[in-house]
Design a protein around this ligand. Structure first.
Ligand code: LIP
Length: 280
């Protein structure tokens, strides 16, 4: 029996989303290889928003490669990259790119860093990939079609573990680059730390979010991140059955966002605790 027009539209959209994910995976893998080639060779180091907000030729080269590949493959799509790549969309789709999430870790030779690429339409993120090369892990998600982890062993479906109570929860977070923002984040931490099992600060929001989906941490929150830090990771969490909120919602290059993510029952308690801190 032939598809109805509506079924045909859904089937084509699913196929389009799968093709978008394939493109994102391939481009993220190529960018990860470029970053691996540059590990240990810090060139072109400069400061961005503050003296502790670094950017290097590695960040720039990764974003230039990603922008070139995406533009060649999909010239009518929009682009928003952390290092300045920007193009309006003529297709209704926009790629949101963090070419190196965990720049400070990368600079110091610490292993937790990733390439994060997401593509979104007017309804939100359609597909996303977080490629963590030194861990040999690739997290992927497609809206409505689940989240997966590919590592050296296999590719498997991600299902977030059941929520732990807040007092037994291991919570990941991060801190901004301005002293004023960090003082405010310290006040939030001071309030939350006695209420949870412990805190982990890994230095890359994209990996923090994927760790929530995987159950390596129970929840994540951060204030002051940008859309490119979290766009792909939030889809991995929600497609793994978790709950996540990024606010204010509309993604804009300059706006600083707040994000919370966890299994649904813990998400509600964590967000309530953050709001009760009076610093969220
Ligand atoms: C990083 C985020 C991290 C945050 C850092 C930094 P970058 O992104 O992933 O969560 O705590 O301050 O913003 O700058 O490495 O792309």
């Amino acid at each position: 029996m032939a598809d109805t027009p509506a079924q045909d539209t859904v089937r084509r959209a699913a196929g389009d989303a799968a093709a978008l994910l394939d493109l994102a995976r391939a481009v993220a893998a190529e960018a990860a290889e470029e970053l691996l080639r540059r590990v240990g060779r810090v060139e072109g180091l400069a400061a961005k928003s503050t003296a502790t907000d670094p950017v290097t030729d590695a960040d720039r080269a990764s974003e230039a490669l990603i922008a070139a590949r995406l533009t060649a493959a999909r010239p009518d799509d929009g682009l928003l990259g952390e290092e300045g790549a920007s193009r309006p969309s003529r297709s209704g789709l926009t790629w949101v790119v963090d070419p190196l999430d965990g720049t400070v870790n990368y600079l110091y030779g610490l292993g937790r860093w990733s390439v994060s690429i997401a593509v979104r339409d007017d309804a939100g993120t359609v597909a996303g990939v977080v490629h963590e090369p030194l861990a040999g892990r690739v997290f992927t998600a497609v809206r409505g079609a689940g989240a997966r982890l590919t590592d050296a062993h296999a590719t498997r479906e991600l299902r977030i573990p059941p929520a732990r109570p807040l007092e037994a929860a291991l919570i990941a977070t991060g801190f901004g680059y301005s002293a004023e923002r960090r003082a405010e984040q310290a006040r939030t931490l001071q309030t939350l730390l006695p209420e949870v099992r412990d805190i982990r600060r890994m230095g890359t929001a994209a990996v923090d979010l994927c760790s929530v989906a995987l159950g390596e941490v129970d929840g994540y929150y951060e204030r002051g991140i940008k859309w490119w830090d979290v766009a792909a990771g939030v889809l991995v969490v929600t497609e793994a059955g978790g709950q996540a909120l990024v606010e204010p919602d509309p993604f804009t290059a300059g706006r600083e966002l707040r994000a919370v993510a966890a299994a649904p029952a813990l998400y509600r308690r964590l967000r309530r605790a953050l709001v009760a801190s009076g610093t969220w």
